[in-house]
Design a protein. Structure first.
Length: 332
C-alpha cells in the first residue's frame, strides 16, 4: 500500500525454474509495484515473497542474489564498460584473476568484445542495453528481473534486442520476470504472460492462449485489437461454459473483406457474412487496416498486403465474412 492506496492486492504468483514470465498491464495496473516487491525495493504489507522456498520479504534488495535491468540501464557513468561488468563480481568477493576472463567471455557473448575500455556515454542505446544485460547475468544469479528493459529504444532496436534477449534466456536458462506495457514484447519473449488490471491479475496464460482465447474484453483489447460483435450468430462457437455476461469478439485479421460482387464460397454454413461501407483505410506497409461501418457499429479489418489485391476506398460498399469458429466469447 502507498498511504491509503492499495497498489497490488491478492497477488499470488508462482514462477518455475528457467521460465520467462512477463507481467503486462497499462500504467497504474500494479505491474511495477509487483516487480519492486520481488526485487526487495518495496516491502509487502501482507503476505510473503519466497525464493526457492525461503522467505525473503525482510531481506533488503542488496542482499538478494538477483540480477536487475532497469529501463534507464543504470550503468555507472564513471566506470568503463569492463569495470561495470567487474563490479558485481567484485562485490561477491571474486579475485581479479577470475573476474577478467569472465568479463572477456561476457563481452564476446553480447558482441561488444572491443568496447571494454569505453565509457557508458560513448555507447549507443542498444549497446548500453547489452552491457546492462551482461552485468545482470555475469554473476550467474538464480533469477533476473527486467523493468521495461526495451522502453528507451526505437522500434528497430527493440526488435533486435528482443531476439538477443530471447537468445540469452535460452542460453543461460535463467528464471526471468519482466515488466512491460509493450504487448509485442510480451508476446515475443514470454513463456507465460500475466495481465494485470487495477492491482489484480486479470488473466494468466501462454502468449498463444491469451491472444487466441482472452477471458475478458479488457485482455482482448489490451493484447492486440478486438472487434466486439453486435451481430447475433447462434452458430458461433463459445469458448466459455456460459454465455451469460459475455459478448462475441473476433480479431481484425480473422475477418475477410471483399467486393459485394465477389463470389461467395461454398462453406456458407461455417461462415458469417455481413455488408458494410468502408469508413477509412490505413496503409501500414505489410498490412492494410480498414474501418468498416456495419449497421450502427464499426468493425476493424486487417489484411496482409499482396500483389494484385483489391484495395477498397472510403465510401465503397464491401462484404465482410469470418469463420464462426474464430469468434470468442469474452466477459465484459
Amino acid at each position: 500500500m502507498y498511504g491509503a492506496v492499495t497498489a497490488v492486492r491478492d497477488l499470488s504468483l508462482t514462477v518455475g525454474r528457467g521460465e520467462f514470465v512477463t507481467i503486462l498491464g497499462p500504467s497504474g495496473s500494479g505491474k511495477t509495484t509487483a516487480l519492486m516487491l520481488l526485487a526487495g525495493f518495496v516491502a509487502p504489507t501482507q503476505g510473503d515473497v519466497l525464493i526457492a522456498g525461503k522467505s525473503v520479504a525482510a531481506v533488503p534488495s542488496y542482499r538478494r542474489d538477483q540480477g536487475i535491468v532497469f529501463q534507464s540501464y543504470a550503468l555507472f557513468p564513471h566506470l568503463t564498460v569492463r569495470q561495470n561488468l567487474e563490479f558485481p563480481l567484485e562485490m561477491r568477493g571474486m579475485k581479479a584473476a577470475e573476474r577478467l576472463p569472465r568479463v572477456k567471455r561476457m563481452l564476446e557473448r553480447v558482441h561488444l568484445k572491443d568496447f571494454g575500455d569505453r565509457m557508458p556515454s560513448q555507447l549507443s542505446g542498444g549497446q548500453q542495453q547489452r552491457i546492462a544485460l551482461a552485468r545482470a547475468l555475469i554473476a550467474d544469479p538464480p533469477f533476473l528481473l527486467l523493468d521495461e528493459p526495451l522502453g528507451a529504444l526505437d522500434r528497430n532496436l527493440r526488435e533486435q534486442m528482443q531476439i538477443e534477449m530471447k537468445s540469452l534466456h535460452q542460453e543461460f536458462g535463467i528464471t526471468t520476470i519482466c515488466v512491460t506495457h509493450d504487448q509485442e514484447e510480451a508476446l515475443t519473449l514470454s513463456d507465460r504472460i500475466i495481465v494485470m488490471r487495477a492491482g489484480e491479475i486479470e488473466q494468466t496464460g501462454t502468449p498463444e492462449a491469451l491472444y487466441d482465447r482472452p477471458a475478458t474484453s479488457f485482455v482482448a483489447n489490451f493484447l492486440g485489437e478486438a472487434n466486439i460483435l453486435q451481430i447475433p450468430d447462434p452458430k458461433a462457437e463459445s469458448t466459455v461454459e456460459s454465455r451469460s455476461a459475455t459478448v462475441p469478439m473476433i480479431r481484425p485479421e480473422r475477418i475477410s473483406i471483399s467486393a459485394l460482387t465477389a463470389k461467395i464460397g461454398t462453406d456458407t454454413e461455417q461462415r458469417q457474412h455481413v455488408t458494410g461501407r468502408v469508413k477509412d483505410m490505413i496503409y501500414a506497409g505489410p498490412s492494410r487496416k480498414y474501418h468498416v461501418r456495419v449497421g450502427s457499429g464499426e468493425l476493424i479489418v486487417r489484411e496482409h498486403c499482396a500483389t494484385g489485391q483489391t484495395v477498397f476506398k472510403p465510401g465503397e460498399e464491401v462484404r465482410l465474412d469470418w469463420l464462426r469458429s474464430d469468434v470468442r466469447f469474452v466477459k465484459i
